[in-house]
Design a protein around this ligand. Structure first.
Ligand SMILES: Cc1cc2nc3c(=O)[nH]c(=O)nc-3n(C[C@H](O)[C@H](O)[C@H](O)COP(=O)(O)O)c2cc1C
Length: 232
């Protein structure tokens, strides 16, 4: 991260592409290991009764150009049920140790299958098994029933697991295919705010907006960012 990105305030003349700044702040949070999950972010979706719902997910890719991020999840989960009906979502990163917050709003689309496949292939066997083991956000009668379900699914996949549900090491485990109901979600940004903590709550804030025009199932054509400084 260059000194400019680390400066205690944003430049007088706001940067043309705030996504580069966001990317640099993320990289800094990772480099400084400011928390166990520096890539964690709050994701807000809205249901068909206009009720918002927030939860933490992990950002797995931040693509400053053309400007979207990716997280991975179960497509039967509440969040995906909501964002496939209402693609408008919001995401917030906060690193207390850096005194920085990033707020992103935009449109969510499911990743192309190849993107989900390539990422799934990089996961360890335990995480791959986890994607099969849980029907995310569906009710289940008891913890015991959940553990039985995970064991049954591991058996069906031919994966040998320990009492603690971990794939056994030192034994040949079969390859695990990506579940069709598991994959990536791209969040295309059409608004971003960068926030830097200041003394006595005189924080530095700026927001940028741009237009997104849908081009394919997965991509948008994006207009130029226009930035405005905000009072804290
Ligand atoms: C640090 C952290 C990281 C998480 N990362 C993810 C993630 O990347 N994907 C995911 O589906 N859930 C993740 N979760 C679990 C979600 O917060 C949430 O419980 C789950 O996705 C169900 O949400 P939903 O019912 O709104 O779909 C994470 C939770 C925490 C605390």
């Amino acid at each position: 991260m260059t000194d400019a990105y680390l400066a205690p305030t944003l430049p007088d003349e706001l940067p043309n592409n705030p996504m580069h700044w966001a990317q640099a702040w993320l990289a800094e949070a990772v480099a400084q290991a400011v928390q166990r999950n520096p890539w964690s972010m709050t994701l807000v979706t809205v249901n068909d009764k206009a009720q918002p719902s927030a939860r933490i997910v992990l950002c797995k890719a931040f693509i400053a150009d053309p400007g979207y991020l990716i997280f991975y999840t179960n497509y039967q989960s509440k969040k995906v049920q909501e964002l496939t009906k209402n693609s408008h979502v919001a995401v917030t990163f906060h690193w207390d140790a850096l005194g920085r917050q990033i707020r992103i709003e935009g449109q969510a689309v499911l990743s192309p299958a190849e993107e989900s496949e390539s990422y799934f292939a990089t996961r360890d066997t335990g995480s791959q098994l986890g994607a099969w083991g849980s029907d995310q956000s569906m009710p289940i009668g008891s913890r015991h029933a959940l553990i039985t379900q995970v064991r049954d699914r591991a058996r069906k996949l031919g994966v040998a697991i320990s009492d603690g549900l971990q794939p056994l090491e030192g034994v040949q485990q079969p390859p695990i295919a990506r579940p069709p109901h598991w994959g990536g979600v791209r969040v295309w940004a059409d608004r971003i705010e960068l926030w830097i903590e200041g003394a006595d709550r005189v924080h530095d804030r700026a927001t940028w907006k741009r237009t997104l025009t849908r081009e394919t199932d997965f991509d948008f054509a994006a207009g130029a960012w226009a930035g405005t400084r905000l009072q804290p």
